[in-house]
Design a protein around this ligand. Structure first.
Ligand SMILES: N[C@@H](CCC(=O)N[C@@H](CS)C(=O)NCC(=O)O)C(=O)O
Length: 206
């Protein structure tokens, strides 16, 4: 059985929802950030990056949210979580996942993880101060030109949806009013009503 290593309130929620959507058995293994378990040898043996998510499969352990999401979609094609038979559409999907991973998530991380980029406490404060603007700019772009509706890629639910739901869930904590982005806010509300999403949220918050 696959094992998903996750922590509440993190980007691992996207992979968690995708696993729940396909309906395969998996074990959810909580990594306790309050005890810095992600930095301890036991977890570093799972993922030397010291981050979640990590998905342990029978062929080895995968990290990086876009890779895990694509693996889930490709491994369980019957769940139709990606346009697997259309290279252009699949690339458009990957483009969206990459933007969330490499730009939006990184913009968010500047609020809490400034020590990755600078040692000077004044630099941490300066990075933190930019987060509301950077996150609002990213979401304005998603709202205006990347979100097709009613789902991210258009009429069909894909692995992009739980990923957008996850990162849009951070907006208030990043000092951004999600009301500025009506399509994304409506998507977030609709996502929260999906049975798979509700099951994962109940499990993560327990
Ligand atoms: N690029 C990675 C980022 C993973 C990542 O940064 N995860 C955060 C939680 S959202 C984490 O594990 N942080 C722990 C730490 O920085 O100590 C992905 O998309 O999966």
């Amino acid at each position: 059985m696959m094992k998903l290593f996750y922590a509440p309130g993190t980007c691992s929620l996207a992979s968690h929802i995708a696993l729940e959507e396909v309906g395969v058995p998996y074990e959810a293994c909580r990594v306790d950030f309050s005890r810095a378990e992600q930095t301890k040898p036991d977890y570093l043996a799972v993922n030397p990056k010291g981050r979640v998510p990590a998905l342990a499969t029978e062929r080895g352990t995968l990290t990086e949210t876009p890779a895990i999401l694509a693996f889930i979609a490709q491994s369980f094609p019957e769940a139709r979580l990606a346009p697997l038979d259309d290279p252009f559409e699949f690339a458009r999907l990957q483009s969206f996942l990459s933007y969330l991973c490499s730009t939006v998530h990184v913009a968010h991380a500047h609020a809490r993880r400034g020590a990755r980029w600078a040692d000077d406490p004044a630099a941490h404060e300066a990075m933190k101060a930019k987060v509301p603007q950077n996150m609002a700019d990213c979401f304005a772009l998603v709202e205006a030109s990347m979100f097709a509706g009613p789902f991210v890629m258009g009429g069909t639910y894909t692995i992009a949806d739980p990923y957008l739901f996850t990162i849009a869930g951070w907006l208030e904590a990043d000092g951004v009013d999600p009301g500025q982005f009506p399509k994304i806010l409506d998507h977030r509300n609709r996502m929260a009503e999906r049975p798979a999403v509700a099951r994962v949220l109940a499990q993560v918050r327990a």
